[in-house]
Design a protein around this ligand. Structure first.
Ligand SMILES: [Zn+2]
Length: 123
């Protein structure tokens, strides 16, 4: 759309792209089935999450190659007032609404994701 790739998770209504707005059901599916928010395909065990202000952005994960594309072309992710970082994440690294994330879990809604605090014995 307008020369930009439209992420799978971006809301599109009647052909109009709502940049910066997320498709709620697709976000939920990304969480439930460990799908990339950019391309909608299955993620490898080790993926990436966008982090800003210490929080996971959009509560979903991405392929590293999709993250690189998004950081290059996405006007929402490249806003200088809210710098983005990428963190490597496996499903065991995540909390969903404060409890350990479980792939394939059927919450019926999109949970708030956060990174588990790392202890000295991990990694
Ligand atoms: Zn992807």
């Amino acid at each position: 759309m307008d020369g930009l790739p439209v992420p799978w998770i971006t809301l599109v209504i009647a052909g109009q792209v709502w940049w910066g707005h997320l498709h709620g059901e697709r976000r939920r599916l990304c969480q439930q089935d460990w799908l990339c928010q950019v391309c909608g395909l299955l993620l490898p065990d080790s993926a990436a999450v966008f982090v800003a202000d210490g929080r996971i952005v959009s509560d979903t994960a991405v392929h590293r190659r999709c993250a690189a594309l998004a950081l290059t072309v996405c006007p929402v992710l490249s806003r200088p007032q809210r710098p983005m970082a990428l963190a490597t994440a496996e499903s065991d690294d995540l909390l969903a609404d404060g409890v350990p994330y479980r792939r394939g879990g059927h919450l019926g809604y999109a949970a708030r994701w956060s990174l588990r605090p790392r202890d000295r014995d991990r990694r």
